[in-house]
Design a protein around this ligand. Structure first.
Ligand code: NAD
Ligand code: GLY
Length: 351
């Protein structure tokens, strides 16, 4: 078992352990005592894992109710959020009870926002079941739902009380979703550790899964600890995301998040090399690593289409956009770029 301690506005442990889904009850009891639990999941994850988690809660003497949503980004909506709050109210949940999210980033973001806002904040446990959620969304306290005008437009920072990662849950993850998680894993290598990046090229993520999750969580925790509320350094975690979100939006979300992040990383690496921020060799290494993990590195959308899509991105602050650009493997720079220059960066990065 590996445990990573996070120190932020709330301190908590991220436990990484094979078979942990069968021990969720004891783990929650240890941290939250004799609380009642509402377990939030989606219909796919419910069919796979909910009964194991519910049985574990029952063995620990914790009473639990289940709330399940349809799989997919659509569940991060104001209407599903409102249904969840009503359910919590019907179950007479109080601030000493626990809301637990069993699933990927969608379930985690929705549940976290409900936990942050129901009765001004009830206890919250993340039980991630996708690689992306293990290494990114379950840690750091960003919670949100979407508006028709854009992703994550309504949300807040609310750290969980506990994160329980069972790498065995990834065995059932569709390959495409697994590879999306690998794009986020690669992101950590590019922005923070050449040694980690090289290890990902030498040994498949699946052969070192516990270490990979622990390394990513440690790297994310360092960034979150230094800038919990996303005013500076935390923007590094957006490597590949600004242009990636544009690709996702242009595709009507048919391009998966991690695939879009891979394309976004490829665009910024090529543009960074053309503009002298990194070498062509560095950009080439990033592209080769993405391709090694069967991730896309190009898009059919034009620079104009992607540029228009970015205007709905909340990261556009004033007249400057902050681009995260690789300088070398293991180091990135946050570059303020005037909005009128962003289209040129995209055009430089497309091929
Ligand atoms: P997701 O939650 O939609 O899960 C992907 C799919 O995999 C779903 O269909 C789900 O039912 C299925 N699934 C989940 N676990 C499974 C398992 N073990 N076996 C089989 N199928 C399984 O997607 P995601 O990629 O985990 O998360 C994406 C979301 O996370 C986006 O909404 C994004 O905005 C958000 N996000 C949040 C943060 C943050 O810091 N809060 C960071 C990154 C991404
Ligand atoms: N996933 C980006 C962040 O947590 O800041």
């Amino acid at each position: 078992m590996t445990s990573v301690h996070i120190t932020a506005s709330r301190s908590y442990d991220v436990r990484i352990e094979r078979g942990l889904l069968d021990r969720v009850g004891d783990a929650i009891r240890e941290v939250c005592g004799e609380s009642k639990v509402v377990l939030v999941t989606d219909d796919t994850v419910r069919a796979l894992y909910a009964s194991r988690v519910l049985e574990s809660l029952a063995r620990a003497g914790i009473s639990a109710e289940l709330f399940s949503v349809s799989p997919g980004e659509g569940a991060k909506s104001l209407s599903v959020y409102a249904r969840l709050l009503s359910f919590l109210s019907e179950q007479h949940m109080t601030r000493t009870d626990v809301l637990a999210a069993l699933g990927g980033g969608v379930v985690g973001d929705l549940t976290g926002f409900a936990a942050a806002t129901f009765q001004r904040g009830i206890r919250f446990v993340q039980i991630p079941t996708t690689l992306l959620a293990d290494v990114d969304s379950s840690v750091g306290g960003k919670t949100a739902v979407n508006l028709p005008s854009g992703k994550n437009q309504v949300g807040c920072f609310y750290q969980p009380h506990l994160v329980l990662c069972d790498p065995d849950a990834l065995n059932t993850l569709p390959q495409a979703q697994y590879l999306c998680g690998c794009a986020e894993v690669m992101k950590y290598g590019v922005l923070g550790s050449a040694e980690f990046f090289r290890s990902l090229r030498q040994t498949p993520v699946s052969d070192q899964i516990e270490d990979v999750i622990a390394t990513c969580v440690r790297m994310k925790s360092e960034i979150v600890q230094s800038d919990e509320f996303d005013r500076g350094q935390r923007q590094l975690l957006n490597l590949g995301h600004s242009f990636g979100h544009a690709v996702e939006a242009c595709s009507g979300f048919s391009v998966l998040h991690g695939q879009a992040v891979a394309i976004g990383m490829a665009i910024i690496a090529r543009a960074g090399a053309k503009r002298g921020v990194c070498s062509a060799e560095t950009a080439g290494e990033i592209l080769a690593a993405l391709e090694q993990y069967h991730l896309p590195t190009s898009t059919e959308f034009s620079a104009d289409e992607l540029f228009s899509a970015i205007f709905t991105d909340k990261k556009l602050t004033g007249k400057t956009m902050h681009l995260v650009v690789p300088e070398e493997i293991g180091r990135c720079r946050i570059l303020p770029v005037p909005v009128e220059d962003v289209r040129g960066w995209i055009a430089d990065g497309l091929s």
